[in-house]
Ligand binder design. Structure first.
Ligand SMILES: Cc1ncc(COP(=O)(O)O)c(C=O)c1O
Length: 475
């Protein structure tokens, strides 16, 4: 090597032939996995005990010995896929995690290699630009005027925390420096996603600062009872920092009356937050947008794209009607990343988010939008929501079965008989048989089976088959 030349460590630099070979193996294996999953050719499966799985995949020895190579990668990856949840499988109706679409999956493939943690523009220009445009588009889709803004973050839970931090800054601007004084409250129904209570505790208010809102038999907020809740709040010596409603609720998939709740919040000067982690994508559908009527009056909302917008986990948005309120939430600067008084700060997201380094979340959302368009995503959502109504009809027509209510999304609660214990046992038996994967939930103290219809391949035959199996188990 000549003088002045830099020695290149061949272990550390990319062997692009290796990249192409491993990528080809991975892409082919994943394509097969998705194909057999969506065709329902294989059982949906359920995991073995954790220690057995660690052993089967050779995880500990692989870490110690580092001996995975292109030859053994293929069979090993096949086993990993075998031990993974098949989100594209028709009988995979358990959770809200979306079955990702191709463009978002490709975004991850690219980002995995070029790694653009883009909180600061200069650390990932294209990815940063995509996040900006996606957030702008989401705020406009809600129907907010100019000045609305937000940020993408790693999941709905962190998004709720971020929003409540902004609400705290609005209600108690000194809280950042001085802490909180025990007089703040958050109004929310008992059915609110657990991340809301957790956020309240993490923000230093204490979980007791959550004032429960009255709910109906479907766990929806009763708007007529909001005045009484506010009185209870005041009687406890507290003032509301925010009120949280759901579009839609995690357990039931049902929507709160955002119009009536929003009017109440406006009248009483209360920050109105809509947790639309699951349901916001319905804003794209002319047929279902009405379910979120009133969200345009909210002060803030969250929107999980990894649910009905079919990106991989995670890609969530924190959205504020007045975008500047988000920056007011974070009264802190990292001097080595942000120059004081510099106009560079306009090209940073650090003032709006908990994270410092952040994955290129916007690229996943952008790619699905750019390839499928708003209409393509709306068609997917409508397909899933409409099928769920059809499943409600099928289940309601079967003797012995009942549904909680007509679905308003792709989430449906149903049960066989009324015994809560029986629902738990049914779910356990279904999982053991590895043919159907569904979840269960408690609504007003009673246990229900719960399905979330995210895989495009789920159809009436799937559900008829599920009901047959439930009847057979119960017999
Ligand atoms: C209404 C609602 N809010 C928040 C969350 C939390 O979102 P994440 O799982 O992305 O943290 C969920 C779902 O899991 C949800 O359904």
């Amino acid at each position: 090597m000549g003088t002045g030349a830099v020695s290149v460590d061949s272990v550390a630099t990319w062997d692009t032939a290796e990249y192409e070979r491993l990528a080809a193996i991975a892409v082919a294996a994943v394509a097969r996995h998705v194909e057999e999953s969506q065709a329902g050719e294989v059982p949906v499966g359920s995991p073995p005990p954790l220690p057995e799985l660690i052993e089967r995949l050779g995880l500990r020895s692989l870490i110690r010995e580092g001996r995975l190579d292109p030859e053994c990668f293929e069979p090993w990856l096949a086993e990993v896929l075998e031990q993974s949840v098949r989100l594209h499988h028709p009988a995979q109706i358990a959770h809200q995690v979306g079955a990702p679409d191709v463009p978002a999956a490709i975004a991850d493939l690219v980002q995995g290699a070029i790694n653009q943690p883009m909180s600061i523009y200069e650390m990932g220009p294209a990815a940063h630009a995509m996040e900006r445009v996606v957030v702008e588009w989401m705020a406009a889709t809600i129907g907010w005027p100019d000045g609305a803004g937000g940020v993408l973050t790693h999941g709905g839970s962190l998004a709720n925390l971020t929003v409540l931090l902004a609400a705290r800054a609005a209600a108690a601007p000194d809280a950042w420096m001085e802490g909180v004084d025990g007089t703040l409250a958050v109004l929310a129904p008992p059915s609110t996603h657990y991340s809301v209570r957790r956020s309240v505790a993490m923000l230093g208010l204490g979980e007791r600062a959550v004032v429960d809102l009255e709910v109906d038999e479907y766990e929806r907020i009763v708007p007529a009872a909001l005045g009484e809740a506010l009185e209870r709040c005041h009687a406890r010596g507290r003032r509301p920092m925010a009120l949280v409603a759901a579009a839609c609720a995690t357990s039931t998939g049902l929507h709160d009356d955002l119009e009536a709740i929003g009017a109440f919040c406006r009248e009483h000067g209360i920050w109105f937050h809509v947790d639309a982690a699951h349901g916001a994508t319905a804003l794209l559908s002319p047929a279902h947008r009405h379910r979120l009527r009133g969200i345009e009056h909210a002060d803030s909302a969250i929107w999980d794209a990894h649910k009905m917008m079919r990106t991989s986990a995670l890609a969530a948005a924190v959205l504020l009607r007045e975008g500047w309120r988000l920056e007011a939430a974070f009264r802190q600067k990292a001097a080595y990343l942000i120059y004081e008084e510099s106009d560079e700060t306009g090209l940073s997201l650090l003032e709006r988010q908990v994270e410092c380094t952040k994955a290129a979340l916007g690229t996943r959302i952008f790619m699905n939008l750019a390839f499928r368009g708003e209409q393509g995503i709306a068609r997917y959502l409508e397909g899933q929501y409409d099928k769920t109504v059809r499943f409600w009809e099928l289940i309601s027509a079967r003797e012995g079965f009942e549904c909680l209510s007509r679905p308003e999304s792709n989430i449906l609660c149903f049960r066989y008989g009324r015994d809560s214990e029986l629902q738990v046992r049914l779910r356990e038996r279904l999982l053991a048989q590895k043919r159907f994967h569904l979840s269960s939930t408690e609504v007003n103290g009673e246990r229900w089976l719960r399905m979330t219809v995210t895989a495009p391949a789920t159809n009436e035959e799937t559900i008829e088959g599920l009901l047959d199996v439930i009847e057979a188990i119960a017999a």
